[in-house]
Ligand binder design. Structure first.
Ligand code: KG4
Ligand code: ZN
Length: 342
């Protein structure tokens, strides 16, 4: 079964093809340079750029892969959470294709897709503890199947990636700060004393805003700040905050594996600390390839494939769901695509 994935939830326009669970090709057009002029994503500009790029990117995807539109068996698109105007562009594009080609449409939850992307290069093991750390979200999930995710914990303020980006902005680093801080930390020592906030409780939630305030205060006080050491210290603090709650969750939930995904999963130090946490409990640690940690459409096409296999599709009345609203479980369980695929 050949599944097209369309991703337009934030500032990356992306399309990809997955055939029988394996990636055929993935294309991403990033708007990061445009938004960096403003120090963050400007929603109106993001929607316009998606509108400009999604069609040509789809044409290029077909050309590069030697595939005709009519070869596609199902069309998956990110339905949320994300910027509403941006989501609407991708979902409308996917609906038009579904209608024109007479193929099923599958609305995909962007957050779940980040974690399911681990399946592009690993065998997915269930039940799993899923750790998602991106620019907008920090979540712990108990995952029983590709379509059964229970939220165990979330951030009460900033997301992990947001903390990286806001501190990076204060340090005058290019936007987004996360990857730059990761690189700068490679030559540094974690010698600055940063707090590990929101640890002295017994819940599975996160908080990063206190760390952000403390980091900015320290950076301001040290006129001779060693930027490499400071970045290494920051990596360590964020990695610890994530690892401590991950270990706590593993004490309570009998997971078969730990999955780690989202933009922050590309961070060398954070990745290592979470891997160590899983290893201490003898559990496999599944992460997507680095190129599929950030926003991409391979994860959408792959999730669409998993859902289609389970017979779950969406109607043309599929709604786009902005950040902050719960995504409904409104799949129609109507067809067995495996049987119907040509
Ligand atoms: O998953 P993602 O691409 O988009 C969202 O859905 O938010 O995550 C983007 C976030 C940004 O905050 C970015 O700074 C962070 O992931 N990020 C990193 C790294 N690469 C991306 N943070 C730390 N280290 C990295 N290597
Ligand atoms: Zn994302």
């Amino acid at each position: 079964m050949l599944v097209l994935g369309v991703e337009t939830s934030c500032d990356e326009t992306a399309v990809a093809l997955v055939k029988d669970g394996r990636l055929v090709r993935s294309l991403t057009s990033s708007q990061a340079e445009l938004h960096s002029l403003f120090g963050g994503v400007v929603p109106e500009l993001a929607s316009r750029e998606h509108y400009r790029f999604v069609g040509p990117l789809f044409d290029k995807l077909l050309g590069d892969s030697g595939v005709c539109a009519s070869d596609i068996d199902a069309i998956a698109a990110t339905r949320g959470p994300g910027l509403l105007g941006s989501l609407l562009v991708g979902v409308a594009f996917a609906k038009s294709l579904a209608l024109a080609l007479d193929r099923p449409l599958i609305g995909v939850n962007h957050l779940r897709a980040h974690l399911l992307a681990t399946g592009l290069s690993n065998t997915l093991l269930f039940p799993a503890l899923g750790v998602l750390a991106s620019g907008g979200h920090t979540l712990l999930y108990w995952i029983k199947s590709p379509d059964d995710f229970e939220t165990l914990g979330t951030t009460i303020d900033d997301a992990a990636g947001e903390a990286f980006d806001k501190i990076g902005q204060f340090l005058n680093l290019p936007y987004p700060g996360g990857p730059v801080i990761d690189q700068m930390a490679l030559g540094g020592e974690p010698s600055y004393d940063l707090p590990r906030p929101y640890i002295d409780n017994d819940n599975l939630d996160f908080s990063f805003s206190g760390l952000k305030t403390a980091a900015i205060k320290i950076a301001r006080e040290h006129k001779d700040l060693d930027i490499r050491d400071f970045c290494a210290s920051l990596n360590e603090a964020i990695a610890d905050a994530l690892a401590i709650k991950t270990e706590r969750a593993l004490e309570r939930f009998p997971a078969e594996a730990v999955w780690f995904a989202g933009g922050v999963a590309a961070n060398n130090r954070v990745r290592k600390k979470l891997e160590d946490a899983a290893e201490r409990r003898g559990l496999p640690f599944l992460v997507p390839e680095k190129r599929f940690c950030g926003d991409n459409a391979a994860m959408i096409a792959y999730s669409g494939w998993l859902l289609a296999k389970a017979g779950k599709t969406s109607g043309l009345d599929l709604e786009s769901i902005p950040r902050g609203r719960k995504i409904p479980d409104d799949y129609r369980k109507v067809i067995d695509l495996d049987r119907e695929a040509p």
